[in-house]
Design a protein around this ligand. Structure first.
Ligand SMILES: [Zn+2]
Length: 214
């Protein structure tokens, strides 16, 4: 009797193991990380300048996450999840309240993004390629203050500490700039930052666009 029980138990363990291997989400779950930090809204103002907002309930631009790990991530995910973040209280009793998010981290030190719900395009969905005309902005983070200073550089910025970039258009669209580290470093070496044309693939949604430059 005891033997039969042990046999059944070991069979169940084997089945559970096989099922866990066959389930593709099992491998993906490992990449999900929990992060704590502040979410800033980068928006184009009436004068056509990019501004970083700490307080907002709707962000008409791009959300960036300044983590307590001293890294800056552009924030992407489903519209519903991002809207929830937009509406979440940024202060309580006068103090800033850091936000906890869980997501997948992609990219490298010159372009990190945090994907809080899968952005991977469905197989049938082809990535659109577009030419974006706009202004390239360096995002210089102030990690200890949980904020970011957007700077339109007049000189190459590749010698500075690696940092993230966005490009924004005259129509007020804001794109997180992503691509290989080599590609981003090449963009940094140019001092042309206004009226720049960049070709790449568009990913994301109205609550956060990414321009992947090849
Ligand atoms: Zn830069």
């Amino acid at each position: 009797m005891k033997r039969a029980y042990l046999c059944t138990l070991s069979m169940m363990l084997v089945i559970a193991f096989v099922v866990s291997l066959a389930n593709p989400s099992f491998a993906e779950q490992k990449k999900i990380q929990a992060k704590k930090g502040n979410v800033i809204c980068l928006e184009v103002d009436k004068e056509g300048k990019i501004i970083a907002k700490e307080e907002y309930t709707v962000c008409n631009g791009l959300l960036v996450f300044i983590g307590m790990d001293s890294k800056l991530y552009s924030l992407h995910g489903s519209k519903e999840k991002l809207q929830r973040i937009e509406k979440s209280p940024k202060r309580r009793m006068g103090y800033r309240t850091p936000l906890k998010v869980r997501g997948k981290v992609e990219g490298h030190q010159r372009a990190l993004h945090l994907d809080i719900s899968s952005l991977e395009p469905k197989e049938s969905q082809k990535l659109e390629e577009k030419i974006i005309q706009g202004t390239i902005v360096c995002l210089i983070p102030y990690y200890d203050k949980g904020n970011v200073k957007p700077v339109v550089s007049r000189a190459p910025c590749n010698e500075h500490e690696p940092h993230a970039h966005i490009i924004y258009t005259g129509e007020g669209e804001v794109y997180a700039l992503h691509g290989s580290e080599e590609t981003i470093a090449n963009i940094e070496k140019s001092s042309e930052r206004r009226n720049v044309f960049l070709k790449g693939k568009i990913l994301g949604n109205q609550k956060g666009w990414i321009l992947f430059v090849d």
